[in-house]
Write a protein that binds this ligand. Structure first.
Ligand code: SAM
Ligand code: SF4
Ligand code: SF4
Length: 373
């Protein structure tokens, strides 16, 4: 495993893609990239810190006590995030997901949620506002999140066996507390809740069926995620990826399933509903490795310090914070975002394994906890 990682604080200093606020891309509510993919989904990382050390995301050997996280002043303030999100809505963003790091570690996150909940889409509707969390603080925070205007949450949970889960989060966090968090979110009205399980062959694949069995009658939507080669620290190997087709075949051996047709453009999950009479709800798979879905990827990512990333596997971000703090107007920021998105041709997962997928400059890919999942 790679021990020497460029701390994000330094990446911020040395990898700054200059942005021009001068180009003219009016915000019309529809912004297409070079592959005709509209911008409609914004993921915002609100902190690069986390209280877990999942081996596939923030391995302990790298993210240790000496790791330098971003200083507070480098983070976008809530007002800066909200201002940017408003500009993004003018370009067609309808869905905003707060993520991180662990988003519930960001102090007073409900204040940000309240601000974002007041935003409207380009055609005047409410935003689809959601958050992905490891669930550790959910029991305490769910009612306040709901009251602030959060609509739904996605909770990450990699198994029901305590030993397996504690090993994967690597901070000895118990399954029971995440389950209590999920219950609290359900009670607060933050449903329908999705649970994300990253599947690593040989590590937690024995948890697939227990997880399916557990969530089958709860209304919670369980989604199995293929272990991805994000960042440069998790020591990813293809032989640890369990293809989603195999995952679903294992579930289908135990329970009757019926395929749900794709309903929205840009949907990342393949979906199945429980086909037994009287069992509501569904499960899904996210096959980012074995069945890339770049062709309709409509997601932009805003890092903790205000860089715009066009792909989960990017090495370079576009510095929107510099525009914000340099006095640019909303129209200038909208023009800059428009120019960047129009130039986008990223499709890493479709090219994975080919030379084209590697960054031309050989730069290190950005880490998931910084760019957001
Ligand atoms: N801390 C929150 C959490 O874990 O839900 C939010 C941030 S986390 C980076 C977002 C999602 O990315 C989680 O569901 C996590 O399981 C997933 N993730 C992180 N590293 C991954 C990897 N290497 N492959 C697949 N999914 C990954
Ligand atoms: Fe933290 Fe989420 Fe990454 Fe796990 S996946 S280390 S909980 S940011
Ligand atoms: Fe989108 Fe990049 Fe993932 Fe493809 S690899 S789906 S372009 S984020």
């Amino acid at each position: 495993m790679t021990k020497h990682v460029v701390p994000v604080s330094e990446i911020g200093r040395v990898r700054r893609t200059p942005l021009s606020a001068g180009s003219v891309v009016p915000a019309t509510g529809v912004l297409l990239d070079r592959l005709a993919r509209p911008l409609s989904d914004l993921r915002i990382s609100v902190t690069d810190r986390c209280n877990f050390r999942c081996s596939y995301c923030m391995p302990k050997e790298v993210f240790d006590k000496d790791y330098r996280y971003l200083p507070h002043g480098a983070l976008l303030s809530f007002e800066e995030i909200t201002r940017l999100a408003r500009v993004f809505t003018r370009h067609g963003v309808r869905k905003v997901r707060l993520t991180g790091g662990e988003p519930l570690l960001r102090k007073n996150i409900e204040v940000l949620i309240e601000q974002l909940a007041a935003l409207r889409t380009h055609d005047g509707g409410p935003l689809d506002l959601t958050l992905t969390t490891n669930g550790s603080l959910l029991a305490r925070k769910a009612p306040a999140l709901k009251a602030a205007g959060l609509q739904r949450v996605t909770v990450s949970l990699d198994g029901l066996d305590d030993t397996v889960f504690r090993r994967m989060n690597d901070v000895d966090f118990p399954v029971a507390d995440v389950l209590i968090g999920i219950d609290a979110a359900l009670a607060a009205g933050l449903g329908p809740i999705k649970v994300n399980m990253v599947v690593k062959r040989g590590t937690n694949d024995a948890e697939i069926l227990p997880m399916a069995r557990h969530f089958r009658r709860t209304g919670v939507v369980l989604r199995f995620i293929e272990y991805m080669d994000v960042g440069a620290t998790n020591g990813w190997r293809m032989d640890e990826v369990l293809p989603s087709d195999e995952v679903i075949a294992r579930v289908a051996e135990a329970f009757a399933l019926a395929r749900v047709p794709v309903s929205t453009v840009g949907e990342t999950a393949e979906r199945w509903r429980w086909a037994e009479p009287g069992v509501a709800g569904e499960i899904g798979t996210i096959s980012s490795v074995t069945k890339a879905f770049c062709h309709d990827c409509n997601r932009a990512r805003l890092s903790t310090e205000g860089k715009l990333f066009l792909c989960l596997f990017a090495s370079r971000g576009h510095d929107l914070r510099a525009l914000l703090r340099g006095g640019a107007s909303d129209a200038e920021i909208a023009a800059a975002i428009g120019g960047v998105w129009q130039g986008r041709s990223d499709r890493y997962s479709e090219l994975r394994g080919r030379a084209e997928a590697e960054s031309g400059s050989g730069e290190r890919r950005i880490e998931m906890h910084y760019i957001g999942g």
